[in-house]
Design a protein around this ligand. Structure first.
Ligand SMILES: Cc1cc2nc3c(=O)[nH]c(=O)nc-3n(C[C@H](O)[C@H](O)[C@H](O)COP(=O)(O)O)c2cc1C
Length: 307
């Protein structure tokens, strides 16, 4: 149990549970680790699929994950279900999401799930990052001439529009120094705020896109799969196994090294395999093999969070 006075004086032990499909969330997780460790806190990071340790041995828990379909990623949800039940412990927990700009019901659903596990979510923050959803990237590439306008959107009073317009042009949601500063401030406030009362989960985040929360609540794995089934092209596949390694649900297996990996039945439509395949051997809805592949955060974004 946390004693509120402890947060103002002592160093605390923090468990970070993190998952990233294509590198955005890994980057901000590493940044947070360094920032919190700088203040003397002890950080233990565990990544999917490793079994999460018992949260009861930590003072504070942080969950870092990407948003998918305005809700938490299905594989992350299944992973958090493996957390040991804390019953009445009410361990203070914060959420960090990376997303293309609209987390919808992400925080609400995740906080509710964690509450059932005895973890009390008191704060949530998202960082805009380029979309790694291949159909989005394929479509948005068509408005590339908007580039100068995009640059304008990143500065001054038009800045809030940049996240909204990220739906049209994915690179607009490249984070900038202001995003990093806001994240630093969020991290710096955590120890103090952990002792504060827990807000109503619906108030952790207000969606700016009408219907985004409702959509997030509505999305089931079946709904997601409708538009997102991917397939491996055996003639292009180089048998490197990247897709099987990237699949967070363990749906892609690679039983025979001489043959392409095998797509099982449990796909949740996250496209981690598509983005991980270096040979463009995976295709899906609106996404010819390799066309909308997200190669991971740009050099500028890496520099921004690696400083
Ligand atoms: C299938 C899929 C669905 C997504 N849905 C959303 C969404 O609802 N809202 C959003 O803002 N971004 C969405 N994104 C974008 C990702 O959340 C974003 O690119 C994130 O930073 C990826 O993190 P990662 O690189 O750590 O995997 C989606 C991406 C994928 C692949």
């Amino acid at each position: 149990m946390i004693l509120s006075g402890k947060w103002h004086s002592d160093r605390v032990k923090i468990l970070i549970l993190s998952h990233s499909s294509s590198g955005n969330t890994s980057l901000v997780t590493r940044f947070a680790e360094r920032r919190l460790a700088r203040d003397g806190h002890e950080i233990i990071t565990v990544k999917l699929p490793a079994t999460p340790p018992d949260p009861a041995t930590f003072d504070l828990v942080g969950v870092f994950s990407p948003t998918m379909y305005f809700r938490p990623m299905v594989a992350v949800e299944a992973w958090l279900e493996r957390l040991q039940d804390q019953c009445e412990a009410r361990i203070p927990t914060f959420l960090v999401a990376t997303c293309a700009g609209e987390p919808g019901a992400h925080f609400e659903i995740q906080a509710t799930q964690l509450a059932r596990k005895g973890l009390r979510v008191f704060a949530a923050h998202f960082i805009p990052m380029p979309s790694n959803w291949p159909p989005h990237r394929v479509l948005s590439a068509k408005i590339e001439p908007a580039l100068p306008l995009g640059r304008l959107m990143c500065r001054g009073p038009l800045r809030p529009l940049r996240v909204a317009l990220g739906f049209l042009w994915t690179e607009l949601t490249e984070p900038d120094e202001r995003d990093r500063r806001e994240f630093e401030e969020f991290l710096d406030r955590l120890p103090k705020e952990a002792a504060a009362a827990c807000p109503d989960v619906a108030r952790l985040y207000s969606a700016w896109l009408p219907g985004a929360k409702a959509l997030g609540h509505r999305m089931t794995t079946r709904e997601m799969r409708k538009a997102t089934a991917v397939r491996i092209d055996p003639s292009t596949c180089k048998r490197c196994g990247s897709c099987a390694k990237a699949c967070p649900s363990g749906t892609i297996t690679w039983p025979e090294r001489e043959q392409p990996p095998v797509m099982g039945a449990g796909c949740t439509g996250c496209w981690a395999c598509y983005n991980a395949c270096p040979h463009g051997a995976i295709a899906g809805w609106m996404s010819p093999p390799g066309k909308g592949r997200y190669p991971g955060p740009s050099r500028e974004t890496c520099a921004l969070f690696n400083h």
